[in-house]
Design a binder for this molecule. Structure first.
Ligand code: PEP
Length: 263
């Protein structure tokens, strides 16, 4: 279903009127985690000023440590809905458990499946049946074939509104949190008709790498990027070191302007 063999034209997925696909380079930005209304609103306004047309923000956070901030849950979803109301930015947010899909879908405009759940087949089937566009991150140890098969689980439930997100894979190299597999972008675009975006924040895990990796992503032809921003990263409850701050946003906007879609 997701292969380009029977579907030669590349697809565009529309999230509440915002296109992600071959004719555009979509900027999705926002906080890694929703912490407060004020923090989420400030991050959303930063994102919008940089040209973002979709707001990211996690209310359910899949954390490596059970002692780390796990997200605000439904209270976080309510904050996202409130900030959508105030900014007009549709919401992309993660769902980590099949039991929460209906709840998250009742607030979200796009459901995100993260790297740790990329082969959670029950979750993939549940998001496939939820009637909302899905952003499927690549599993950190998934081959491209495994990633596309994960997308197939979503598609099988009748939902072809799937955007694939390369977010770095685990390699022997510890200098970055993950290794951004930039060649996956054109490889997957040739194998699948689905749009492919890149997460330069979670792949590098470092603020100073986000803009260079964003340039790489848009230069190679990614259909979009998803980027963490935070008004006060030193106080962030999740992934502060990779969040862009106000001073980075002009350069981010310039990168997005300078690299038109590679059609
Ligand atoms: C995220 O985008 O909030 C996230 C946790 O990303 P990943 O699943 O790629 O680690």
């Amino acid at each position: 279903l997701v292969s380009r063999e029977n579907h030669p034209d590349r697809s565009t997925v529309t999230v509440r009127g915002v296109p992600i696909g071959p004719d555009t380079v979509t900027l999705i930005a926002g906080p890694c985690a929703v912490e407060t209304t004020q923090q989420t609103l400030e991050a959303a306004l930063m994102a919008k000023a940089a040209g973002a047309t979709l707001l990211r923000g996690g209310a359910f956070k899949p954390r490596t440590s059970p002692y780390a901030f796990q997200g605000l849950g439904e209270a976080g979803l309510r904050i996202l809905a409130d900030v959508r109301e105030q900014t007009g930015l549709p919401i992309v947010t993660e769902v980590v458990d099949a039991h929460d899909v209906a709840l998250v879908a009742s607030y979200a405009d796009m459901l995100q499946v993260g790297t740790r759940n990329a082969q959670n087949f029950a979750l993939l089937q549940a998001v496939g049946a939820a009637g909302k566009p899905v952003m499927l991150k690549r599993g950190m140890t998934a081959t491209i074939e495994e990633w596309l098969m994960a997308a197939e689980y979503v598609a099988q439930r009748g939902n072809l509104d799937i955007v694939l997100c390369e977010r770095g894979i685990r390699t022997y190299e510890p200098a970055t949190r993950n290794t951004l597999d930039i060649s996956a972008v054109p490889v997957v675009q040739r194998l699948s008709h689905l749009p492919v975006i890149v997460d330069p924040s979670h792949s590098g895990g470092r603020r100073d790498l986000v803009l260079p990796l964003t340039r790489a992503a848009v230069a190679v032809g990614a259909d979009g990027v998803i980027i963490d921003v935070h008004p006060h990263p030193e106080q962030a409850l999740c992934d502060g070191p990779q969040a862009l701050v106000d001073g980075d946003l002009d350069r981010l906007a310039a990168i997005m302007r300078d690299f038109p879609p590679l059609v």
